[in-house]
Design a protein around this ligand. Structure first.
Ligand code: AMP
Length: 280
């Protein structure tokens, strides 16, 4: 893996990464940061947990023009929760860059606070497509100077019915803007969006983080149905353990198995929805 310095991030941004304890870039960051710093469009197939927020936030922060008052970066996110999370990430990474203003814009929040912040001037807007469209319709959000547009969790935005809003925003913002599109999956609708609105994008696919903790060993045995209890009994005999949870498919089976595993010194308890019987 390259270092953050080798990816071309400015020293102030590298210093923040040291402050927050990031030692090396994640795979999506290593693949995405250099092209975004160069102004290339990017399509990334990456899930939450891969470090994708920093993958777009760091190059955007590195390229902001802090003298520009009209919003220059817009991140579209499917939910208010994600919008707020992305805002917090931007603020964290901007800790050593003086005066960067980031504004969350989502439905359900009063317009007042959003309008006064927009009037004072913000560099980065992170919002849900519906509320961003409302501001565009009211003429309260000026995207004529937009330089960066990020679609975060694009597949989720389409699933939530934001396809038309996302497309309108893509079409109605400056055509020379830098676009980054992130999605956990790449359905045809997103391929089409990417083809239509992105300019020769760099395509990146990053595997999700494994969901298993490193200190858990997984093993499996293939046995026929009638041999399952015998096999499990053998495992119980040879393994050293204090307690064990056995999952089965049906409520009936929890009881049958608990009964079969009954042995001197072993307490078995079957637990299933609607029943909780102790077998001793
Ligand atoms: P994300 O996929 O953007 O939701 O990020 C997942 C988590 O990984 C967040 O808590 C980040 O703070 C953290 N993270 C992102 N990049 C790095 C990195 N290079 N090193 C360590 N942690 C990171």
């Amino acid at each position: 893996m390259p270092t953050f310095a080798e990816l071309g991030l400015p020293e102030k941004v590298q210093a923040v990464l040291r402050d927050v304890g990031y030692e090396t870039p994640s795979a999506v960051q290593a693949a995405t940061i250099p092209p975004l710093l160069e102004g290339r469009d990017v399509v990334g197939v990456a899930q939450t947990g891969t470090g994708k927020t920093a993958a777009f936030a760091l190059p955007i922060l590195s390229r902001l023009d802090l003298t520009q008052k009209a919003p220059q970066a817009l991140v579209l996110a499917p939910t208010r929760e994600l919008a707020l999370q992305v805002c917090e990430a931007f603020e964290k990474y901007a800790a050593r860059l003086k005066g960067v203003k980031v504004l969350p814009v989502y439905g359900g929040q009063g317009y007042g606070v959003q309008l006064s912040a927009l009037r004072r001037g913000v560099h980065v807007v992170v919002g849900t497509p519906g509320r961003i469209m409302d501001h565009l319709d009211k003429g309260t959000l000026d995207l004529t100077q937009l330089r960066f547009l990020v679609l975060d969790e694009a597949d989720e935005m389409l699933k939530m019915g934001f396809a038309e809003d996302v497309e309108t925003i893509l079409a109605d913002t400056p055509s020379d803007k830098n676009v980054a599109l992130f999605s956990a999956t790449m359905p045809a609708q997103i391929r089409r969006l990417s083809k239509k609105y992105l300019n020769d994008p760099v395509e990146i696919t990053v595997k999700g983080k494994t969901s298993t903790a490193a200190n858990i060993t997984q093993r499996y045995l293939t046995v026929s149905y009638p041999q399952k209890v015998d096999a499990l009994t053998r495992i119980l005999e040879v393994e050293n353990f204090e307690g064990m949870i056995v999952f089965v498919r049906t409520k009936n089976e929890t009881e049958t198995l608990a009964e079969k595993l009954r042995a001197p010194g072993v307490w078995t308890r079957s637990v299933s929805a609607g029943s909780d019987s102790i077998v001793m």
